[in-house]
Design a protein around this ligand. Structure first.
Ligand code: AMP
Ligand code: ZN
Length: 462
């Protein structure tokens, strides 16, 4: 039984798939806008997506995962104004918008690989689905949800009864508190562009013909058009970070309701942001950190994954280099412990029924709205009590994704073993001086001996 916090109902709910008989889960995550590198804040959201997918798979669901790449239509302002991020980047880098999209999509794929984030079963690009987006806008038009103004075709949000339910938005409040500049001709502040006309002053690189004129789709239409095509609606789970709740996801829900008379997804899950001590990580603030920055500092990107697992996905996570270093140390300690467990190749101090209980306990944490901090603490407890087997650790790593299977057992060279035996002999003879001499010799060779109740234990490192 998996419980997930659904933003739509503001409750933790038991997860039940739409297709009850097939054990299949339709999962759509809003992907990156590929105009620049994803920063580690963006990547926190994809680690959360990955975790959710791995938890579903651990619970034996077949996950049909679709992720989009936004390669057109995401403007620099929330008020459907400003430049297209893709075209702006193209000008800056003196490349075509298509080259920009391809380059940063590949960079994103490289980053998620470094973080052990499983690729979605299907990548879908907005520019490959212009036909589908036009078809969707036509349905909306026929049903009377659209109107035309100078710069494009807009969605009339006043026609949706509970518009803004996902975000708990109150329309009156929104109007009063709105600080965004309203586009000329827009009927309601929440109305959004479905199709934007190309400007007259210059030629855009990405533009298409449509029943309304040459232009390009608005950002909020691609996901609903592609999710409907590849998953059908309603599908099971839709994800993103919290900033997508009030506008992007709210507008996706409105279009699904208007075009198909259905809800888009049953569960809406949103990850909290990664923040810095002095505020949000944003390109405009110039405080962006990339995976490459970690690699340059010789930090294993999986340390960042570990850092994210230490916090619940619905809590803000404050990033600092110190916290990342601590995560790196903790991960290295974990690797060391695993190498030891592997090289000892001995059964843990737990019987079969206890091991069943351990598996259940782990499951109870991850199935409780992905409580990885508790799951990690539980694993550490088992390790410290010498109660976990190598096999069970690998099984848990199917969820954690920390590459625990790649840890090599510690190979103790025969010469070191001989020295340790000799030292043991001297110890038994109470010849402490000689025993200590050999201990120092062993340490010089990069190993250490620890005396336990079961005899001497040899480890790597001094
Ligand atoms: P974008 O590439 O700008 O479309 O953003 C990609 C994803 O990253 C979206 O789901 C955003 O909501 C999410 N995101 C943006 N900033 C942060 C942050 N500081 N922490 C976590 N997720 C973020
Ligand atoms: Zn989306």
């Amino acid at each position: 039984m998996i419980k997930l916090y659904n933003t739509l109902t503001r409750k933790k709910q038991i997860f039940k798939p739409v297709k009850k008989t097939r054990n299949e889960v339709g999962f759509y995550s809003c992907g990156p806008t590929v105009y620049w590198y994803a920063h580690i804040g963006n990547l926190r959201t994809y680690i959360f997506n990955d975790l959710l997918k791995r938890v579903l798979e651990y619970n034996r669901y077949k996950v049909k995962h679709v992720m989009n790449l936004t390669d057109v239509g995401h403007l620099t302002s929330d008020a459907d104004e400003g430049e297209d991020k893709m075209e702006k980047a193209a000008q800056k880098e003196k490349k075509t918008a298509w080259q920009i999209a391809e380059f940063y999509a590949q960079a994103f794929k490289k980053d998620i690989k470094a973080l052990n984030i499983k690729e979605p079963g299907q990548w879908v690009k907005a520019t490959d689905h212009i036909k589908e987006q036009i078809a969707l806008i036509r349905i909306l038009e026929k049903k009377g949800y659209t109107y035309r103004i100078k710069d494009g075709i807009y969605f009339d949000t006043s026609k949706i009864k509970d518009y803004g339910k996902l975000a708990g938005l109150k329309k009156r409040k929104l109007k009063a508190g709105a600080r965004v500049k309203i586009t000329e001709g827009k009927k309601n502040i929440t109305d959004f562009a479905l199709w934007k006309f190309s400007p007259k002053e210059f030629k855009r690189q990405m533009e298409w013909d449509s029943p309304w004129g040459i232009g390009f789709p608005g950002w909020h239409t691609e996901c609903i058009a592609m999710a409907e095509k590849y998953l059908g609606i309603p599908f099971d789970i839709h994800t993103g970070a919290i900033d997508l709740i009030p506008i992007h996801h709210t507008n996706e829900i409105a279009q699904a309701q208007a075009a198909f008379g259905k809800k888009m997804a049953n569960f809406w899950l949103h990850g909290e942001h990664l923040i810095l001590e002095h505020g949000k990580m944003a390109k405009s603030e110039g405080n962006i950190i990339l995976i490459d920055d970690l690699i340059k500092k010789q930090i294993n990107p999986l340390s960042y994954r570990y850092l994210c697992l230490q916090a619940h996905y619905r809590s803000k996570l404050t990033f600092s280099w110190e916290s990342l270093k601590s995560a790196q140390n903790a991960l290295n300690n974990l690797y060391e412990k695993i190498a030891e467990i592997k090289s000892k190749n001995k059964m843990p101090k737990s019987d079969r029924s206890e091991r069943f209980w351990h598996r259940d306990k782990f499951l109870s944490y991850i199935n409780d709205d992905l409580n990885t901090p508790k799951a990690l603490a539980f694993i550490w407890k088992l390790i410290k009590e010498d109660k976990i087997s190598y096999e069970l650790l690998l099984e848990f790593d199917r969820v954690l994704g920390l590459d625990l299977d790649k840890i090599k057992e510690i190979k103790i060279p025969a010469g070191i073993k001989e020295l340790a035996e000799k030292r043991e002999k001297y110890r038994k003879e109470k010849n402490w001086e000689k025993a200590d001499q050999i201990r120092k010799e062993i340490e010089k060779l990069g190993f250490k001996v620890e005396d336990t109740s079961q005899g001497a234990d040899i480890k790597k490192g001094c």
